[in-house]
Design a protein around this ligand. Structure first.
Ligand SMILES: *Cc1c(COP(=O)(O)O)cnc(C)c1O
Length: 356
């Protein structure tokens, strides 16, 4: 019943001149010059040909990076595509009459708001279980006590570090959760390059654990739509059965490969963004904001004086676009993407005129 579905609402992409865009966690720094060069060089008569169906050269290069085999890697048209593929491959629509756990897509709230949308599209059951009040991960004992969490759910998504709170989780906490879980667990590491720890070792330890990565946020490549899963070859095989034959476009493959050829450029950008995050946190705190510690390229901040929704409008009037979510747990906060130093100065100036 397609008319009953609630579509995912992405952050807006307005075309307003001079607008500082801090609403969709895009990277303020452009792709490496090598990526631009390689992409431009690929725009020729080859556009008439189909791209490599499995993005094999990219799988091979990613396998080297993560010290695994190409059979452990599957590439998607953005990691979003892989997330819906996981729902299709590992859960059953409720209408099939399959047991409840087989039809369950599980996740914590608040986290990436796409997960329940994907469950709905597939006709599966969405089980959103609250994080702790400080957006911490509940322990296995707490989840058992709370009764709502299903340890046999066919598919569980964990955004780590978490969005929209920015909170990071340790490998030890994630390990304990994965150990207790019977179904597939996707650790969605979209922001992990800005965090202290990553959990790829859990893929080696547990055949039911998937790590999801994307070139969008840390690698300045939203436009090209490339993401990937690292998983056990049997899990990759199952996903491959629901994959479109040419799911990753050719220019995206070229750009992602070139990205992996210039990682020092990106690592320098992570450092800059992390330094700007510290400065923005400190400055906003001085101005009366309550800023949660972040391990991502955005912060979640509770503004002073006016409700967060009003701040959204006031900042927009001053040509700064940030994100505000209506959900009860975060409606008092603004989510602000870390921009360049210049954009951050502009934002801080706007905040000061609002408070003046
Ligand atoms: C942005 C984001 C994604 C999707 O990234 P794409 O690779 O651009 O599809 C997935 N998960 C989370 C938590 C994100 O924030």
């Amino acid at each position: 019943m397609v008319h009953k579905l609630h579509p995912y609402v992405p952050g807006e992409q307005p075309r307003i001149r001079g607008l500082i865009k801090l609403n969709t966690n895009e990277n303020p720094y452009p792709p490496s010059p090598k990526v631009l060069e390689a992409t431009k060089a690929a725009v020729d008569g080859r556009l008439r040909l189909y791209p490599n169906p499995t993005a094999q050269p990219l799988r091979e290069k990613l396998a080297k990076l993560h010290k695994c085999a190409p059979e452990n890697i599957i590439i998607g048209n953005g990691s979003d595509e892989l997330l819906i593929m996981a729902v299709r491959a590992f859960t059953e629509p409720v209408a099939t009459g399959a047991p409840a756990d087989k039809c369950t897509v599980q996740y914590f709230t608040p986290s990436y708001s796409l997960y329940p949308v994907l469950a709905d599209i597939h006709g599966a059951r969405a089980n959103g279980v609250p994080l702790k009040a400080d957006f911490g991960l509940p322990t296995v004992a707490e989840l058992k006590k709370g009764k709502q969490w299903r340890f046999r759910a066919a598919l569980t998504f964990v955004t780590t570090p978490n969005a929209p709170s920015g909170r990071g989780y340790t490998v030890a906490e994630l390990d304990a959760l994965c150990a207790a879980q019977k179904g597939i667990v996707v650790l969605d590491e979209a922001y992990v390059d800005f965090a202290r720890e990553h959990a790829v070792e859990l893929v080696r330890k547990y055949p039911h654990v998937i790590v999801s990565r994307t070139f969008s946020k840390a690698y300045s490549l939203c436009f090209q739509r490339v993401g990937y899963f690292i998983a056990h070859p049997e899990v990759v095989g199952a996903l491959d059965r629901v994959r479109d034959s040419y799911n990753v476009n050719g220019l995206g493959q070229v750009a992602a490969l070139a990205t992996l050829g210039d990682l020092p450029y990106y690592r320098a950008n992570f450092k800059k963004i992390i330094a700007t995050r510290a400065r923005l946190t400190e400055e906003l705190t001085k101005l009366g904001f309550s800023v949660l510690p972040s391990q991502t390229n955005f912060i979640l901040a509770k503004p002073p004086q006016f409700p967060a929704e009003e701040w959204l409008g006031k900042l927009r009037d001053r040509k700064v676009l940030v994100r505000w979510f209506k959900y009860p747990e975060v409606r008092d906060y603004l989510r602000i993407t870390i921009g360049s130093d210049k954009e951050t100065d502009f934002l801080l100036k706007a905040v000061k005129t609002i408070l003046a």
